[in-house]
Ligand binder design. Sequence first.
Ligand SMILES: Nc1ncnc2c1ncn2[C@@H]1O[C@H](COP(=O)(O)OP(=O)(O)OP(=O)(O)O)[C@@H](O)[C@H]1O
Ligand SMILES: [Mg+2]
Length: 230
Amino acid sequence: MVLEVSGLRYRVGNREVLRSVDLVVHAGQSVAISGPSGCGKSTLLMCCLGLVKPHAGGVVVCAGRMDKLSGRRLLRHRRESVGMVFQAGELLPELAPLENVAIAGLLAGVPRAEAFTRAEELLTELGVPTDGAETGSLSGGERQRVAVARALVNRPALLLADEPTGALDSAARETVADLLYALPERWHCGLVVVTHDPAVAARAQRRFLLTDGSLTSAPTSEPVGTGAAS
Ligand SMILES: Nc1ncnc2c1ncn2[C@@H]1O[C@H](COP(=O)(O)OP(=O)(O)OP(=O)(O)O)[C@@H](O)[C@H]1O
Ligand SMILES: [Mg+2]
């Protein structure tokens, strides 16, 4: 398995944001997590990255304890095992898309030529122009795909995406969702998507709601987003 969250608890002041969260994700699986604003979805992803330390429970990513590792060992394990899709604003707009992607590889110690080769292959595969235009001049959908490429350049076993389609129109949203949900099979990675969008959540193999600090299963068979005008 690529991710095992067990009995996770996290408090902010007196409030238990995460009360008891359990989640197992295997390679090749996709999971969507939804829930009201402020319920703790991003906090849960931060715990998976080892950026937030839970008050109880554990997070194992590819046999590494994200809640216990610290310093360089945590950094190294995160870079080797986890990709995080941040929203487009996390990219450096003045760099070319190729540089934005390659830099994540360089930071992880991938040799320069290899990092740029991987970046070019990923962007080409994802249909993003690599002719040197600044990332800031790309469309929102193109930037989102650059963010996905950057999360993948180190070939992570676990891919986390926090609201990856939040700022996109419906066409770009479909492109990014198509791409993300193809990844578990193509890359044999685990995928966790946090989303407010029911149509995006519906495409995951398993769907969960985060409410009152724990995950509950959401139905997976209900068709969402097709003729559901109300
Ligand atoms: N470092 C922190 N300091 C203070 N409060 C925090 C901190 N981290 C999280 N919180 C609080 O914990 C709660 C959960 O935040 P979180 O960002 O995880 O919610 P979310 O489910 O991702 O919400 P959204 O859907 O709006 O992104 C919020 O009430 C937030 O204010
Ligand atoms: Mg959030």
